[in-house]
Design a protein around this ligand. Structure first.
Ligand SMILES: Cc1ncc(COP(=O)(O)O)c(C=O)c1O
Length: 392
Protein backbone atom coordinates (compact mmCIF):
# COMPACT_ATOMS: atom_id res chain seq x y z
CA UNK A 1 0.00 0.00 0.00
CA UNK A 2 1.32 3.47 -0.86
CA UNK A 3 1.93 5.60 2.18
CA UNK A 4 -0.50 8.41 2.87
CA UNK A 5 0.84 11.84 3.58
CA UNK A 6 -0.97 15.15 3.62
CA UNK A 7 0.30 18.70 3.71
CA UNK A 8 -0.38 20.48 6.98
CA UNK A 9 -2.68 22.86 5.11
CA UNK A 10 -4.81 19.99 3.82
CA UNK A 11 -4.84 18.35 7.23
CA UNK A 12 -5.89 21.53 8.99
CA UNK A 13 -8.58 22.67 6.58
CA UNK A 14 -11.96 22.83 8.33
CA UNK A 15 -14.91 20.97 6.87
CA UNK A 16 -18.29 22.57 6.35
CA UNK A 17 -20.47 21.26 9.15
CA UNK A 18 -23.50 21.89 7.02
CA UNK A 19 -22.29 19.04 4.79
CA UNK A 20 -23.09 16.67 7.67
CA UNK A 21 -26.56 18.20 7.76
CA UNK A 22 -26.91 17.83 4.00
CA UNK A 23 -25.82 14.16 4.12
CA UNK A 24 -28.34 13.52 6.88
CA UNK A 25 -31.05 15.36 4.89
CA UNK A 26 -30.29 13.28 1.80
CA UNK A 27 -30.48 10.05 3.82
CA UNK A 28 -33.89 11.12 5.15
CA UNK A 29 -35.05 11.96 1.60
CA UNK A 30 -34.08 8.43 0.54
CA UNK A 31 -36.36 7.15 3.32
CA UNK A 32 -39.20 9.10 1.67
CA UNK A 33 -39.33 12.00 4.17
CA UNK A 34 -40.10 15.56 3.06
CA UNK A 35 -37.14 17.82 3.76
CA UNK A 36 -37.25 21.63 3.90
CA UNK A 37 -33.87 22.75 2.67
CA UNK A 38 -33.04 26.02 4.39
CA UNK A 39 -29.36 25.24 4.67
CA UNK A 40 -28.28 25.74 1.07
CA UNK A 41 -26.73 29.06 0.09
CA UNK A 42 -28.04 29.34 -3.44
CA UNK A 43 -31.21 30.57 -5.12
CA UNK A 44 -33.82 27.85 -5.61
CA UNK A 45 -34.69 29.32 -9.05
CA UNK A 46 -32.96 27.75 -12.01
CA UNK A 47 -30.90 29.96 -14.32
CA UNK A 48 -33.19 32.15 -16.45
CA UNK A 49 -33.98 30.73 -19.87
CA UNK A 50 -32.45 33.55 -21.91
CA UNK A 51 -29.12 33.00 -20.14
CA UNK A 52 -29.28 29.27 -20.81
CA UNK A 53 -30.12 29.95 -24.47
CA UNK A 54 -27.07 32.19 -24.77
CA UNK A 55 -24.92 29.38 -23.34
CA UNK A 56 -26.36 26.86 -25.81
CA UNK A 57 -25.83 29.28 -28.69
CA UNK A 58 -22.20 29.77 -27.67
CA UNK A 59 -21.65 26.02 -27.73
CA UNK A 60 -23.31 25.73 -31.13
CA UNK A 61 -20.91 28.35 -32.40
CA UNK A 62 -18.01 26.28 -31.01
CA UNK A 63 -16.99 28.86 -28.42
CA UNK A 64 -15.05 26.17 -26.68
CA UNK A 65 -11.50 27.56 -26.50
CA UNK A 66 -9.68 29.45 -23.78
CA UNK A 67 -10.25 33.17 -23.56
CA UNK A 68 -7.78 35.74 -22.19
CA UNK A 69 -7.04 35.17 -18.49
CA UNK A 70 -8.72 38.47 -17.61
CA UNK A 71 -11.85 37.45 -19.52
CA UNK A 72 -13.58 38.29 -22.80
CA UNK A 73 -13.12 41.99 -23.61
CA UNK A 74 -16.83 42.30 -24.52
CA UNK A 75 -17.82 40.89 -21.12
CA UNK A 76 -15.50 43.30 -19.29
CA UNK A 77 -17.12 46.13 -21.26
CA UNK A 78 -20.62 44.82 -20.51
CA UNK A 79 -19.83 44.72 -16.78
CA UNK A 80 -18.61 48.34 -16.97
CA UNK A 81 -21.87 49.30 -18.71
CA UNK A 82 -23.82 47.47 -16.04
CA UNK A 83 -22.19 49.61 -13.32
CA UNK A 84 -23.00 52.72 -15.30
CA UNK A 85 -26.63 51.71 -15.86
CA UNK A 86 -27.31 50.53 -12.32
CA UNK A 87 -25.15 52.74 -10.16
CA UNK A 88 -24.17 55.65 -12.45
CA UNK A 89 -20.53 54.87 -11.85
CA UNK A 90 -17.98 54.87 -14.66
CA UNK A 91 -15.45 52.05 -14.47
CA UNK A 92 -12.64 51.53 -16.95
CA UNK A 93 -13.20 47.98 -18.35
CA UNK A 94 -9.44 47.45 -18.01
CA UNK A 95 -9.96 47.37 -14.23
CA UNK A 96 -12.48 44.54 -14.50
CA UNK A 97 -11.26 40.96 -14.21
CA UNK A 98 -13.55 38.03 -14.99
CA UNK A 99 -13.03 35.11 -12.60
CA UNK A 100 -14.25 31.56 -11.94
CA UNK A 101 -16.92 32.70 -9.45
CA UNK A 102 -16.33 35.01 -6.52
CA UNK A 103 -14.34 32.06 -5.16
CA UNK A 104 -11.78 32.54 -7.95
CA UNK A 105 -11.66 36.27 -7.20
CA UNK A 106 -11.02 35.65 -3.49
CA UNK A 107 -8.10 33.33 -4.30
CA UNK A 108 -6.62 35.86 -6.71
CA UNK A 109 -6.96 38.83 -4.44
CA UNK A 110 -5.52 37.16 -1.34
CA UNK A 111 -2.63 35.77 -3.43
CA UNK A 112 -2.04 39.20 -4.89
CA UNK A 113 -2.17 41.26 -1.70
CA UNK A 114 -0.73 39.13 1.09
CA UNK A 115 2.42 37.14 1.69
CA UNK A 116 2.71 34.09 3.92
CA UNK A 117 2.55 35.10 7.58
CA UNK A 118 0.84 38.44 6.92
CA UNK A 119 -2.73 38.81 8.05
CA UNK A 120 -6.16 39.80 6.84
CA UNK A 121 -9.00 40.97 9.10
CA UNK A 122 -12.34 39.21 8.70
CA UNK A 123 -15.65 39.56 10.56
CA UNK A 124 -16.85 36.65 12.73
CA UNK A 125 -19.50 35.50 11.85
CA UNK A 126 -18.56 35.61 8.19
CA UNK A 127 -18.22 33.59 5.02
CA UNK A 128 -16.03 30.63 6.06
CA UNK A 129 -14.15 30.11 2.77
CA UNK A 130 -12.32 33.43 3.19
CA UNK A 131 -10.40 32.22 6.22
CA UNK A 132 -9.94 28.77 4.67
CA UNK A 133 -8.55 30.16 1.41
CA UNK A 134 -6.24 32.39 3.45
CA UNK A 135 -5.09 29.35 5.39
CA UNK A 136 -4.34 27.37 2.21
CA UNK A 137 -2.22 30.32 1.06
CA UNK A 138 -0.39 30.41 4.45
CA UNK A 139 -1.92 33.83 5.09
CA UNK A 140 -3.17 34.43 8.61
CA UNK A 141 -6.70 35.59 9.15
CA UNK A 142 -7.85 37.43 12.22
CA UNK A 143 -11.48 36.88 13.07
CA UNK A 144 -13.01 40.01 14.58
CA UNK A 145 -16.14 39.31 16.65
CA UNK A 146 -18.96 41.46 15.27
CA UNK A 147 -22.39 42.10 16.76
CA UNK A 148 -25.65 43.76 15.85
CA UNK A 149 -24.33 47.18 17.00
CA UNK A 150 -22.12 47.35 13.90
CA UNK A 151 -24.71 45.49 11.79
CA UNK A 152 -22.44 42.42 12.05
CA UNK A 153 -19.95 44.37 9.94
CA UNK A 154 -16.45 45.67 10.55
CA UNK A 155 -16.14 49.31 11.54
CA UNK A 156 -13.23 51.64 12.17
CA UNK A 157 -13.07 50.96 15.88
CA UNK A 158 -12.95 47.20 15.45
CA UNK A 159 -10.36 47.35 12.68
CA UNK A 160 -8.17 49.74 14.71
CA UNK A 161 -8.35 47.43 17.73
CA UNK A 162 -7.20 44.40 15.77
CA UNK A 163 -4.69 45.97 13.39
CA UNK A 164 -1.08 44.93 13.95
CA UNK A 165 2.21 45.28 12.12
CA UNK A 166 1.47 42.20 9.96
CA UNK A 167 -1.99 43.32 8.88
CA UNK A 168 -2.28 44.14 5.20
CA UNK A 169 -5.99 43.97 4.41
CA UNK A 170 -9.54 43.71 5.70
CA UNK A 171 -12.47 42.08 3.98
CA UNK A 172 -16.17 42.79 4.31
CA UNK A 173 -19.27 41.52 2.51
CA UNK A 174 -22.36 43.62 1.90
CA UNK A 175 -25.01 42.21 2.12
CA UNK A 176 -23.34 39.75 4.45
CA UNK A 177 -23.42 36.00 4.61
CA UNK A 178 -24.68 34.76 7.12
CA UNK A 179 -26.45 37.84 8.52
CA UNK A 180 -27.98 39.50 5.43
CA UNK A 181 -27.00 42.89 6.88
CA UNK A 182 -25.62 45.78 4.87
CA UNK A 183 -22.49 47.78 5.50
CA UNK A 184 -23.81 51.35 5.78
CA UNK A 185 -22.25 53.68 3.23
CA UNK A 186 -20.83 55.97 5.93
CA UNK A 187 -19.23 52.99 7.72
CA UNK A 188 -17.63 51.98 4.41
CA UNK A 189 -16.36 55.54 3.82
CA UNK A 190 -14.72 55.56 7.23
CA UNK A 191 -13.15 52.15 6.61
CA UNK A 192 -11.73 53.41 3.30
CA UNK A 193 -10.21 56.43 5.06
CA UNK A 194 -8.72 54.24 7.76
CA UNK A 195 -7.22 51.89 5.17
CA UNK A 196 -5.58 54.80 3.41
CA UNK A 197 -4.17 56.02 6.72
CA UNK A 198 -2.90 52.51 7.56
CA UNK A 199 -1.72 51.79 4.02
CA UNK A 200 -3.95 48.71 3.99
CA UNK A 201 -6.32 47.32 1.36
CA UNK A 202 -10.06 46.96 1.70
CA UNK A 203 -11.75 44.07 -0.08
CA UNK A 204 -15.51 44.40 -0.48
CA UNK A 205 -17.44 41.29 -1.45
CA UNK A 206 -20.63 42.39 -3.22
CA UNK A 207 -21.76 38.91 -4.30
CA UNK A 208 -25.31 39.53 -2.98
CA UNK A 209 -25.62 42.86 -4.76
CA UNK A 210 -29.03 43.16 -6.42
CA UNK A 211 -30.64 41.22 -3.58
CA UNK A 212 -31.30 44.20 -1.35
CA UNK A 213 -34.81 44.84 -0.05
CA UNK A 214 -35.40 47.94 2.05
CA UNK A 215 -32.53 50.23 1.32
CA UNK A 216 -30.93 51.50 -1.86
CA UNK A 217 -28.39 49.13 -3.25
CA UNK A 218 -24.95 50.64 -3.77
CA UNK A 219 -21.48 49.61 -4.77
CA UNK A 220 -18.27 50.44 -2.92
CA UNK A 221 -17.04 51.75 -6.28
CA UNK A 222 -19.30 54.78 -5.77
CA UNK A 223 -17.42 55.51 -2.56
CA UNK A 224 -13.82 54.83 -3.52
CA UNK A 225 -11.78 53.47 -6.40
CA UNK A 226 -9.11 52.24 -4.06
CA UNK A 227 -11.01 49.22 -2.80
CA UNK A 228 -11.03 45.76 -4.35
CA UNK A 229 -14.58 44.80 -5.23
CA UNK A 230 -15.62 41.18 -5.70
CA UNK A 231 -18.83 40.15 -7.42
CA UNK A 232 -20.36 37.11 -9.04
CA UNK A 233 -23.04 35.85 -11.38
CA UNK A 234 -23.96 33.20 -8.77
CA UNK A 235 -26.65 34.80 -6.62
CA UNK A 236 -28.67 37.71 -8.10
CA UNK A 237 -28.04 36.34 -11.60
CA UNK A 238 -28.85 32.78 -10.46
CA UNK A 239 -25.82 31.11 -12.06
CA UNK A 240 -24.13 29.24 -9.18
CA UNK A 241 -23.24 26.20 -11.30
CA UNK A 242 -21.73 28.24 -14.13
CA UNK A 243 -18.80 29.28 -11.94
CA UNK A 244 -18.42 32.82 -13.14
CA UNK A 245 -17.77 36.08 -11.33
CA UNK A 246 -15.64 39.20 -11.51
CA UNK A 247 -13.73 41.77 -9.57
CA UNK A 248 -12.80 45.41 -10.00
CA UNK A 249 -9.36 46.45 -8.81
CA UNK A 250 -7.25 49.62 -8.89
CA UNK A 251 -5.55 49.86 -12.28
CA UNK A 252 -2.00 49.23 -11.08
CA UNK A 253 -2.94 45.76 -9.76
CA UNK A 254 -4.36 44.40 -13.01
CA UNK A 255 -1.06 43.21 -14.39
CA UNK A 256 -0.12 41.20 -11.29
CA UNK A 257 -3.58 39.63 -11.10
CA UNK A 258 -3.37 38.77 -14.79
CA UNK A 259 -0.17 36.82 -14.13
CA UNK A 260 -1.64 34.97 -11.16
CA UNK A 261 -4.86 34.19 -13.08
CA UNK A 262 -2.88 32.89 -16.08
CA UNK A 263 -1.10 30.45 -13.79
CA UNK A 264 -3.91 29.35 -11.50
CA UNK A 265 -6.92 29.25 -13.83
CA UNK A 266 -5.63 29.99 -17.37
CA UNK A 267 -9.03 31.59 -17.99
CA UNK A 268 -12.56 31.70 -16.65
CA UNK A 269 -15.00 29.25 -18.30
CA UNK A 270 -15.68 30.39 -21.88
CA UNK A 271 -19.24 29.07 -22.14
CA UNK A 272 -20.20 30.84 -18.92
CA UNK A 273 -18.72 34.13 -20.11
CA UNK A 274 -21.00 34.11 -23.15
CA UNK A 275 -23.97 33.24 -20.96
CA UNK A 276 -22.99 36.07 -18.58
CA UNK A 277 -23.26 38.54 -21.48
CA UNK A 278 -26.96 37.67 -21.69
CA UNK A 279 -27.29 37.94 -17.89
CA UNK A 280 -26.21 41.59 -18.01
CA UNK A 281 -28.81 42.67 -20.55
CA UNK A 282 -31.42 45.16 -19.39
CA UNK A 283 -34.23 42.81 -20.45
CA UNK A 284 -32.80 40.04 -18.21
CA UNK A 285 -32.58 42.44 -15.30
CA UNK A 286 -36.38 42.69 -15.30
CA UNK A 287 -36.74 38.94 -14.72
CA UNK A 288 -34.04 38.98 -12.06
CA UNK A 289 -35.66 41.91 -10.26
CA UNK A 290 -38.95 39.98 -10.18
CA UNK A 291 -37.08 37.16 -8.44
CA UNK A 292 -35.58 39.66 -6.02
CA UNK A 293 -39.12 40.80 -5.17
CA UNK A 294 -40.06 37.19 -4.44
CA UNK A 295 -37.12 36.91 -2.06
CA UNK A 296 -38.32 40.09 -0.36
CA UNK A 297 -41.82 38.64 0.09
CA UNK A 298 -40.28 35.56 1.65
CA UNK A 299 -38.12 37.62 3.98
CA UNK A 300 -41.13 39.66 4.99
CA UNK A 301 -42.95 36.45 5.89
CA UNK A 302 -40.24 34.48 7.62
CA UNK A 303 -38.60 37.23 9.66
CA UNK A 304 -41.64 38.03 11.87
CA UNK A 305 -42.66 34.35 11.87
CA UNK A 306 -39.32 33.33 13.39
CA UNK A 307 -39.42 36.20 15.88
CA UNK A 308 -42.85 35.07 16.96
CA UNK A 309 -41.49 31.59 17.63
CA UNK A 310 -38.90 33.10 19.98
CA UNK A 311 -35.81 33.46 17.77
CA UNK A 312 -33.97 36.69 18.31
CA UNK A 313 -32.84 38.51 15.18
CA UNK A 314 -30.75 41.36 16.48
CA UNK A 315 -30.06 43.22 13.22
CA UNK A 316 -32.65 43.40 10.46
CA UNK A 317 -31.46 41.38 7.44
CA UNK A 318 -31.85 43.70 4.48
CA UNK A 319 -30.39 41.61 1.73
CA UNK A 320 -29.10 38.24 0.46
CA UNK A 321 -31.47 35.41 1.42
CA UNK A 322 -30.33 34.69 4.93
CA UNK A 323 -31.48 35.22 8.47
CA UNK A 324 -28.99 34.75 11.27
CA UNK A 325 -30.96 33.99 14.39
CA UNK A 326 -30.06 33.71 18.03
CA UNK A 327 -31.50 30.40 19.30
CA UNK A 328 -30.41 30.86 22.91
CA UNK A 329 -33.95 30.42 24.17
CA UNK A 330 -33.92 26.87 22.86
CA UNK A 331 -30.33 25.66 23.05
CA UNK A 332 -26.70 26.52 23.72
CA UNK A 333 -25.52 23.96 21.17
CA UNK A 334 -27.03 24.76 17.79
CA UNK A 335 -25.05 22.06 15.96
CA UNK A 336 -26.79 19.29 17.92
CA UNK A 337 -30.06 21.24 17.86
CA UNK A 338 -30.18 21.59 14.05
CA UNK A 339 -29.41 17.88 13.66
CA UNK A 340 -32.34 17.03 15.94
CA UNK A 341 -34.62 19.50 14.17
CA UNK A 342 -33.76 17.81 10.89
CA UNK A 343 -34.32 14.31 12.24
CA UNK A 344 -37.56 15.08 14.02
CA UNK A 345 -39.18 17.61 11.67
CA UNK A 346 -37.26 17.51 8.39
CA UNK A 347 -36.09 21.16 8.46
CA UNK A 348 -32.44 21.65 7.51
CA UNK A 349 -30.56 24.74 8.77
CA UNK A 350 -26.91 25.74 8.94
CA UNK A 351 -25.38 25.81 12.44
CA UNK A 352 -23.54 28.96 13.53
CA UNK A 353 -20.30 27.01 13.87
CA UNK A 354 -19.86 27.15 10.08
CA UNK A 355 -19.41 30.92 10.21
CA UNK A 356 -16.86 31.29 12.99
CA UNK A 357 -16.58 30.90 16.73
CA UNK A 358 -18.09 34.11 18.12
CA UNK A 359 -21.34 33.00 19.84
CA UNK A 360 -21.56 30.36 17.14
CA UNK A 361 -23.22 27.76 19.39
CA UNK A 362 -26.12 30.13 20.01
CA UNK A 363 -26.88 30.92 16.37
CA UNK A 364 -28.04 29.29 13.19
CA UNK A 365 -28.66 30.51 9.66
CA UNK A 366 -31.95 30.21 7.81
CA UNK A 367 -31.81 30.46 4.00
CA UNK A 368 -35.19 31.46 2.58
CA UNK A 369 -34.57 29.66 -0.67
CA UNK A 370 -37.96 27.91 -0.61
CA UNK A 371 -41.39 28.88 -1.95
CA UNK A 372 -43.64 30.84 0.42
CA UNK A 373 -45.86 27.80 0.81
CA UNK A 374 -42.92 25.59 1.82
CA UNK A 375 -41.63 28.29 4.15
CA UNK A 376 -45.00 28.34 5.91
CA UNK A 377 -44.83 24.55 6.34
CA UNK A 378 -41.24 24.76 7.57
CA UNK A 379 -42.23 27.36 10.18
CA UNK A 380 -45.05 25.06 11.40
CA UNK A 381 -42.57 22.24 11.75
CA UNK A 382 -40.08 24.36 13.66
CA UNK A 383 -42.93 25.41 15.93
CA UNK A 384 -43.85 21.75 16.51
CA UNK A 385 -40.21 20.93 17.27
CA UNK A 386 -39.90 23.73 19.79
CA UNK A 387 -43.15 22.74 21.48
CA UNK A 388 -42.17 19.09 21.76
CA UNK A 389 -38.82 20.04 23.30
CA UNK A 390 -39.98 22.48 25.94
CA UNK A 391 -37.22 21.67 28.37
CA UNK A 392 -35.46 24.99 27.87
C1 LIG B 1 -20.09 35.99 0.80
C2 LIG B 1 -19.76 35.02 -0.29
N1 LIG B 1 -18.67 35.24 -1.06
C3 LIG B 1 -18.31 34.40 -2.04
C4 LIG B 1 -19.05 33.25 -2.30
C5 LIG B 1 -18.61 32.33 -3.41
O1 LIG B 1 -19.52 32.36 -4.47
P1 LIG B 1 -19.24 31.91 -5.96
O2 LIG B 1 -17.89 31.34 -6.03
O3 LIG B 1 -20.33 30.93 -6.29
O4 LIG B 1 -19.37 33.15 -6.81
C6 LIG B 1 -20.19 32.97 -1.52
C7 LIG B 1 -21.00 31.75 -1.75
O5 LIG B 1 -21.92 31.42 -1.06
C8 LIG B 1 -20.56 33.88 -0.50
O6 LIG B 1 -21.63 33.68 0.29
Amino acid sequence: MTSYSLSKRAENLSPFHVMDILAQANALTRQGKTIYHMEVGEPDFPTTECIIDAGIEALKQFKTHYTAALGLPELRHAIAEYYDRRFSVRIDPQRIIVTPGASGAIQLIISCLLDAGENILLPDPGYPCNRNIAQVLAVESMAIPVNAESYYQLNVELVENFWNENTRAAMVATPSNPTGTLLPRQQLKELCQLMRHRNGRLIVDEIYQGLVYDDHDYTALQVSDECFVINSFSKYFGMTGWRIGWMVVPENYVDAIDRIAQNIFLAPPTLSQYAALAALKESTQQVLDERRDIFKQRRDFILPALEQLGFEIAARPQGAFYIYANCERFTDDTFTWVKRLLNEQGVALTPGIDFGTHQADKHCRFAYTLSLESLEQAVDRIDAFINSNKNY
